[in-house]
Ligand binder design. Structure first.
Ligand code: PLP
Length: 381
């Protein structure tokens, strides 16, 4: 098999697996209990919090462990909105966010919160000047993702955070696709809230976190105990938290190594597919993009048919976000980038990772080329 869907999820790192299983086998005690057995578990959680804080360069603020990126996004956005008591609340996001942000905005819109959407250009980038034009006196929150899951395009967060800071607006970023892949420093980026998820960087699924800058008010989504500073009540999932911290430690070690290994492979895949497949086009800014992601259109091709053929040949790729891929509609991300239905429906995402080899990429190039040829022949393209 050739797995080219690392943006969807990643296999567990061996070291992470070891630590995670050891924790499941040995660390059952409730971290909130009084006795020594529990205090040992509590210490592991606090150690994990320190590991994450140091990795993200947190100076003043808190890391709250959650069940993943979706929960962290919900907690950040709803948490800020619920904490603001004024009536005319206005919030802004982009049209290309993950469903775990977009659907939170829709939900809040139905509750009467005013919502505005930032567009993006053909390269998949939002325009900070458009953000300025959308902000009004009632704007309390802006949420813009760090890198897009479908195209890998990296947004200008530093500019956006400056605009928000100058106007006293809380800025949240969904960094699920960047934490563990590229350096993410909350001080440098200037974000107030930042979400991420362990299963995107070789950690366990069901483990994530939210960074909350000091003095940012958040109303918890659940009522319950005092765990996670009362912001995320419920007995902690210690194995998931310990596994997440271990994945962070491995990422810290391998961050630049990953890039130097993966980027040339992604570039080879891109170059060869563009060369061999007539009309093939890359979607997304060629430079401001994650080094592991390739979103590419093959005119005349229906993505569903190509994915099925590739699957039969043992190549696993995606058309869009796993959370949206139950639907047959063309990618809303590519449509927001100005692609028409046909173009959006002929695009595939290949995302590479730590275990991708050159041999696999060479093989994938041949197989993708022959599958596209076969489909085009069948439809007389
Ligand atoms: N945000 C982005 C950009 C994602 O790619 C994903 C997962 O695909 C999520 C959020 C959701 O994260 P999780 O699967 O941990 O809930």
């Amino acid at each position: 098999m050739i797995y080219l869907d690392y943006n969807s999820t990643t296999p567990l790192d061996e070291k992470v697996k070891e630590v995670f299983i050891h924790q499941i086998k040995t660390g059952f005690a409730n971290p909130s209990s009084f006795y020594r057995l529990s205090q040992k578990e509590k210490a592991k959680i606090e150690y994990a919090r320190d590991v994450v804080s140091s990795f993200l360069g947190v100076r003043e603020g808190q890391i709250i462990f959650t069940s993943g990126g979706t929960e962290a996004n919900n907690l950040a956005i709803k948490g800020v909105v619920f904490a603001h008591k004024n009536k005319n609340k206005h919030i802004i996001t982009s049209r290309i966010e993950h469903p775990s942000v977009l659907n939170v905005f829709s939900c809040l819109q139905e509750e009467g919160v005013r919502v505005s959407f930032l567009n993006c250009d053909r390269d998949g980038l939002v325009d900070p000047n458009e953000l300025i034009s959308l902000i009004n006196k009632d704007t309390i929150l802006v949420s813009v993702m760090h890198a897009n899951n479908e195209t890998g395009v990296i947004q200008p967060l530093e500019e956006i955070s400056r605009i928000c800071r100058e106007r006293n607006i809380v800025f949240h970023s969904d960094a699920v696709q960047t934490v563990g892949k590229i350096p993410v420093n909350v001080e440098k980026l200037g974000v107030d809230l930042l979400s991420f998820s362990a299963h995107k960087f070789y950690g366990p699924a069901g483990a994530g976190a939210l960074f909350i800058r000091k003095n940012i008010e958040i109303t918890p989504l659940f009522s319950g105990g005092a765990q996670e500073f009362g912001l995320r009540p419920g007995t902690e999932n210690t194995p998931a938290i310990v596994g997440l911290a271990e994945a962070i430690k491995v990422a810290e070690e391998k961050l630049s190594l990953d890039k130097t290994k993966i980027k040339p492979l992604r570039d080879k895949l891109e170059k060869e597919l563009l060369k061999r497949i007539e009309g093939a086009k890359v979607n997304g800014h060629l430079k401001k993009r994650l080094y592991n992601t390739l979103n590419i259109s093959f005119p005349g091709i229906d993505q569903q048919s190509l994915l099925i053929l590739l699957d039969r040949e043992g190549i696993f790729a995606s058309a869009r976000s796993a959370c949206a891929s139950g639907s047959l509609s063309p990618s809303y991300v590519l449509k927001a980038m100005g692609r028409n239905d046909k173009e959006a429906s002929s695009s595939l995402r290949f995302s590479l990772g730590r275990y991708t080899t050159e041999e696999e990429i060479d093989k994938a190039i041949e197989i993708i080329f022959s599958c596209v040829k076969k489909i085009r022949k069948n439809i007389g393209f």
